[in-house]
Ligand binder design. Structure first.
Ligand code: FDM
Length: 208
């Protein structure tokens, strides 16, 4: 029995390098013969993802709670496939997941963290959350914002403080102010340890 795969999530604020690190992890794990797939949320290719994309690129306005539930529905669309892959031994590297869902929506003031968390209950719970951080000076040296919704410093400060409230034992806080390869080696150490330690355990789920 190969055992189950690990659910590994990369989180953090904008421009910390999550997407680059996620694809490098995929490449390295596959190279080592560890069955791995990459997922990204929001998944803009699905039916809910297309509405989310129109919202993020400002082609469409929607009430805040509606958008929140769409982001969650976008994860639920992938849930059957995620469970199937994890239980068949495939490790998933996920670029943003439920914690982004809660931290971003709760930064709008209209919804509490508790309210935002409710639709996530029952989704597979990450075995490891690699939370990448950068200090203000390091962030300002990276390329600027695009013009999608949420790309402004004031809002992202609130998001960052919400993330701090969501931490649990599965989180590793990683200083991302390093070159790409050094950072990737550090992440890989955590990832390999978790893959090994969860393979004979049951998948867990976000609980009430
Ligand atoms: N975002 C992302 C949310 O507001 N809720 C969510 O559930 C998720 C997964 O969407 F500003 C926000 C975070 C970001 C935007 O994400 C698009 P990417 O990673 O830039 O595509």
């Amino acid at each position: 029995m190969p055992g189950r795969g690990a659910l590994i999530v990369l989180e953090g604020c904008d421009r910390v390098g999550k997407t680059t690190q996620a694809s490098k992890l995929l490449e390295k794990l596959q190279h080592r013969g560890i069955p791995t797939q990459l997922l990204k949320f929001p998944d803009r290719s699905t039916s809910t993802g297309q509405i989310i994309n129109s919202y993020l690129t400002r082609k469409m306005d929607l009430p805040d709670k509606t958008v929140h539930l769409l982001f969650s529905a976008n994860r639920w669309e992938s849930e059957p496939q995620m469970k199937k892959l994890l239980n068949s031994g495939v490790t998933l590297i996920v670029d943003r997941y439920s914690h982004s869902g809660v931290a971003f929506s709760a930064a709008k003031n209209e919804m509490s963290i508790h309210w935002c968390y409710q639709p996530e209950i029952g989704l597979p719970k990450p075995d490891l959350v690699l939370f990448l951080t950068l200090n203000e000076t390091a962030i300002s040296k990276r390329s600027g914002f695009g013009d999608e919704r949420y790309e402004n410093s004031e809002f992202l400060k609130k998001v960052a403080s919400n993330f701090q409230r969501l931490k649990d034992d599965a989180w590793k806080i990683i200083d991302a102010d390093k070159d790409i390869e050094t950072l990737n080696k550090e992440l890989l150490l955590h990832v390999e340890k978790v893959i090994e330690s969860v393979k004979d355990t049951h998948l867990s789920y976000f609980d009430p």
